[in-house]
Design a protein around this ligand. Structure first.
Ligand code: ZN
Length: 358
């Protein structure tokens, strides 16, 4: 397969490619339109593509675009599984569901968060009455988002954050910034104060597709953390828990828990994996985030905070917006054939292991 043909330039091209391949492989499609629009006022969608043996008790779910531009990678993986014929083959014995563009607004606009600046992977809280506290975020909130995108504004922010890391350690800075916060709607990694449209749409549909199934394995494809082109499999479940053991039985010690500092990810609030386990039942649900490394973490963070600034300042549809969007694509989606190849090979390996355990 020509890997390059999977990795396209924008959300609309990737979606079209995915839908064409899904229909050609006999998948049924369900497009749910997002209330927010993409560039040029074009509608954007969370798409569900489903196929499988109707008597199968096993379901594989592959999710792309939980974090906007990370969707390029996830969408390419989904299309690759269709184009290679693997998805169709697996659907003979199992049920297969692709969720394309969990955060379609962010994917279409190349920003990690949704139209309300909400990070979906912090928005899957069980209880929105008692929002989690992140006291560390309070310590760095004045530097988390720059006051403007000038060189001076950005340098002031990064200089202070780096200084905080020098005093407190990088891990504490990572927790402060990325664990998820619910007190500053204009800040970074904001988890929201209500379940987002994406949260409600995914929940409603996944319950439907999982009806009658007794073994479900999710793979949620992410990018932006870790070594270039390498993959880490991340769970929020603590090691030694029953759920962790199930993941370990599939992927061995590639599975890392963000619960105990073992993972490249900080311990997070409002994660998708915990919610899916809750919604669908612990005994039948396994969920892993496959995180593919891109460029260095400071450049990734600079892109993220610039995107947040744009959202806060209505700047997406401007010349500056174009520059920041390109910066975000480069941070979450390196335009490099070697990276594409490495990602595709690893994704295929991880997902095949999941299918072997369905
Ligand atoms: Zn992500």
């Amino acid at each position: 397969m020509d890997i390059e043909t999977l990795f396209l330039d924008d959300y609309f091209a990737m979606r079209q490619h995915f839908i064409t391949l899904a229909s050609a492989n006999g998948f049924s499609l369900n497009a749910v339109e997002c209330p927010a629009k993409g560039p040029n006022n074009k509608p954007v969608f969370m798409d569900f593509a489903f196929a499988g043996n109707k008597d199968a008790k096993s379901l594989l779910v592959i999710i792309s675009g939980t974090h906007g531009p990370e969707g390029y990678c996830g969408s390419a993986v989904q299309s690759g599984l269709l184009k290679s014929g693997k998805a169709k083959e697996w659907a003979k014995d199992h049920k297969i569901l692709f969720v394309h563009a969990h955060n379609p607004f962010g994917f279409a606009w190349d920003v990690r968060f949704n139209e309300h600046n909400v990070d979906l992977n912090r928005n899957y809280l069980e209880d929105f009455e008692n929002l989690p506290q992140n006291p560390l975020y309070e310590e760095i909130k004045d530097w988390a988002v720059p006051s403007d995108l000038s060189e001076d504004g950005l340098n002031y922010s990064i200089k202070n954050l780096m200084n905080y890391a020098r005093i407190n350690g990088f891990q504490k800075l990572q927790t402060a910034l990325t664990a998820g916060q619910y007190s500053h709607p204009n800040g970074v990694y904001y988890g929201g104060d209500v379940p987002s449209w994406s949260h409600l749409t995914l929940k409603k549909n996944i319950i439907k597709y999982a009806d009658g199934v007794d073994n479900i394995i999710f793979i949620d494809v992410h990018t932006g953390l870790g070594d270039y082109g390498k993959c880490e499999l991340i769970t929020s479940l603590p090691p030694k828990s029953l759920g962790f053991e199930k993941l370990y039985n599939i992927w061995g010690d590639e599975v890392k828990s963000s619960n105990n500092g073992e993972s490249i990810s900080a311990k997070l609030n409002g994660c998708l994996d915990i919610a899916m386990i809750k919604y669908l039942g612990e005994s039948r649900t396994s969920f892993i985030a496959a995180e593919f490394g891109t460029i260095d973490p400071i450049s990734v963070f600079r892109a993220t905070q610039a995107a947040t600034w744009l959202l806060n300042n209505d700047g997406l549809n401007t010349g500056l917006g174009e520059t920041v969007r390109a910066q975000n694509r480069a941070a979450f989606y390196p335009n490099d054939l070697e990276w594409f190849n490495s990602v595709w090979q690893k994704a295929e390996e991880i997902i095949s292991k999941a299918v072997d355990n369905l």
